[in-house]
Each structure stands twice: as structure tokens, then as C-alpha cells.
Design a protein around this ligand. Structure first.
Ligand SMILES: *[C@@H]1O[C@H](CO)[C@@H](O)[C@H](O)[C@H]1NC(C)=O
Ligand SMILES: *[C@@H]1O[C@H](CO)[C@@H](O)[C@H](O)[C@H]1NC(C)=O
Ligand SMILES: [Ca+2]
Ligand SMILES: [Ca+2]
Ligand SMILES: [Ca+2]
Ligand SMILES: [Ca+2]
Length: 284
């Protein structure tokens, strides 16, 4: 795609109405590229963030159109690494991957000093636990205080898995795997485990259709079920429940949340190119 077409489309995207989309709070359900739900019918924040990174995207929301355009031109120039004035899918994918790993690195650096209390270049489980749950561990539990026992056990389990050398002390790589498990192959199993525990309300080790829908949607009296819920039901029986036994096991859940044959960066690159082409924004 011609660079200026991409800039125009991104400007269109950047000046979207900025309505917040549904925020996914559970870590394993976060889209690796952005925590926003990817639904262009609502707005383009997801694309915006995948392209710029979350912090950068927020900064862009405050810029004048001219300034946005100027900065986007600089970025698009950098994406066009072979300088042929076209942005290829590959160039875009590399850029999106770079944005994603920069975000993870910054996240680790940002949080590091808060947790590495003795400044030995490692974050031990004790340090992490004390900083995160300190006041809860110290104080007598008041009736209104949330019982963090479960959450802490879950963190500890994830921390153990992230620590490949089993010393319960995380270096930067291990801490990154702990914070962003969905982007680390060796964390997949624990991510699936956490997902299943969250959604499997009756605790039988499977996710049935009711639990699957219940995780995304709560029916309100008198309100008709939205269309997307019906389509999720269909998704469940047609694609998620591969062996057609009416429920999702571990394998099927893994395929759902972290599909092996799906690369978010490739998908988003294709999508951005497709959208900016089909919107016929023209060359300015
Ligand atoms: C964590 O807190 C406990 C209790 O206050 C303390 O004994 C321990 O030394 C702390 N550990 C670290 C690594 O700060
Ligand atoms: C918190 O929950 C855990 C496990 O669910 C339980 O064993 C513990 O007694 C609870 N603590 C308090 C103070 O309620
Ligand atoms: Ca330390
Ligand atoms: Ca370690
Ligand atoms: Ca179940
Ligand atoms: Ca099944």
C-alpha cells in the first residue's frame, strides 16, 4: 500500500469517537496486542493501539489532526523499511511485533524497581508477594476486605511456572513471562488452567455452553438476547467443541484462547492493509 494512503486511514482511525470499548479484565483473555475488544463496528481503538502501542495511542488522542498527521508520517516512514514508498504486509507485521515487545519490555522496566526491594536484580516470590499482598498479609482481615487467598495462590502458581530454573526468583525474562503469559509458549498451560478455573463454574473440569456464554453475557429480564450471543452459541458448537461432546476440554480451550495457527500480528497487519484499502480514503 502507498504510504500516504495508510497515513490517511490511520488518521481516520485516530480521530474516531474514542468511545471506550468493553475492557477485558481477565489476563488470559486480553488480546495480546491490546486489551480492547476488536470490533471495528464500534470504533478503531484496537487497530489504533496495535499500531501505536497503548501509551502512544493515548498520546495521539490528545493531538491536533495536523500534529497526528505529522507524527504518523514519521512512523509510516519508519515502517517502510526498504524505502520504496509502499508498506508491505511483512513490514507492517514486523512493526506491530516491535510495538508489542516494546510494550512488554516497558511494562517490566516500569514495574521492576517497585518489586525488587533488595535491588539484587531479581524479583523473588517473597518480594512480589510482600509488595502485592503486603497489607493483606499484615493486617487482620476485616469483614469488608476482599479475601486474596485464592488470587495469591494463583499468582504463586504462575510465578513458579514462569521461573523456568525453579529458584522462585525472577529475572527480567521470567518476570515478563509472568506478566505476559499469553505471549510465552511455555506459559500456555497455566493460562489455560486459569481460564478454565474462571469459567468452569460447576468445577467439573470442562466448559459447557452455559458456562461459555455466562462468561461473556448475563441475560437481563425482558431483554432480548443480542445477535452476537446467538453467534457465539453457534461458534461454540461449530468450532470450539471440536469433538462434539457438548463441552470444551483443555485442548479445546487452548485452541480457543491461544490458537496455534493464528498469529495476531499477521492478522492485524492483513486487517490494517485490507481496511485502509477498502475504505478508499484516497491519496492526499
Ligand atoms: C516479607 O514480609 C515479611 C513479613 O513482614 C518479612 O519477614 C520478610 O522479610 C519480607 N520479605 C522480603 C523479601 O521483603
Ligand atoms: C480465605 O479463603 C481461604 C480459601 O478460600 C480460606 O481458607 C480462608 O479461611 C479465608 N480467610 C478468611 C479470613 O476468611
Ligand atoms: Ca530482589
Ligand atoms: Ca529464576
Ligand atoms: Ca463445567
Ligand atoms: Ca468437547
Amino acid at each position: 500500500m502507498i504510504c500516504s494512503v495508510l497515513i490517511c486511514w490511520l488518521l481516520l482511525v485516530a480521530r474516531g469517537d474514542g468511545k471506550p470499548t468493553e475492557q477485558r479484565t481477565r489476563v488470559h483473555q486480553e488480546e495480546p496486542l491490546s486489551t480492547l475488544r476488536h470490533d471495528d463496528k464500534q470504533n478503531f481503538d484496537y487497530d489504533h493501539e496495535a499500531f501505536l502501542g497503548q501509551d502512544e495511542a493515548k498520546a495521539f488522542d490528545r493531538l491536533s489532526p495536523d500534529e497526528s498527521k505529522r507524527r504518523l508520517s514519521i512512523i509510516v516512514d519508519r515502517i517502510d523499511s526498504n524505502k520504496d514508498d509502499f508498506v508491505s504486509e511483512d513490514e507492517l507485521r514486523l512493526w506491530i511485533e516491535a510495538v508489542q515487545s516494546r510494550h512488554m519490555f516497558e511494562d517490566v522496566e516500569h514495574q521492576w524497581s517497585e518489586f525488587d526491594l533488595n535491588q539484587d536484580g531479581l524479583i523473588s516470590w517473597d518480594e512480589y508477594r510482600n509488595v502485592t499482598y503486603g497489607s493483606y498479609l499484615d493486617g487482620p482481615l476485616t469483614e469488608t476486605e476482599y479475601n486474596y487467598t485464592h488470587m495469591m495462590a494463583r499468582d504463586e502458581r504462575r510465578f513458579k511456572v514462569a521461573n523456568r530454573d525453579r529458584d522462585m526468583s525472577a529475572d527480567r525474562q521470567e518476570f515478563m513471562a509472568f506478566l505476559h503469559p499469553e505471549n510465552h509458549e511455555y506459559m500456555k498451560q497455566v493460562v489455560v488452567q486459569e481460564t478454565m478455573e474462571d469459567i468452569d463454574k460447576n468445577g467439573d473440569g470442562f466448559i459447557d455452553l452455559k458456562e461459555y456464554i455466562g462468561d461473556m453475557f448475563t441475560a437481563e429480564n425482558g431483554l432480548e438476547e443480542p445477535e452476537w450471543v446467538a453467534s457465539e452459541r453457534q461458534q461454540f458448537s461449530e468450532f470450539r467443541d471440536k469433538n462434539q461432546d457438548g463441552k470444551m476440554d483443555r485442548e479445546e480451550t487452548l485452541d480457543w484462547i491461544l490458537p496455534a495457527d493464528y498469529d495476531h500480528a499477521v492478522a492485524e497487519a492483513k486487517h490494517l492493509l485490507h481496511e485502509s484499502d477498502s475504505n478508499k480514503v484516497g491519496v492526499s
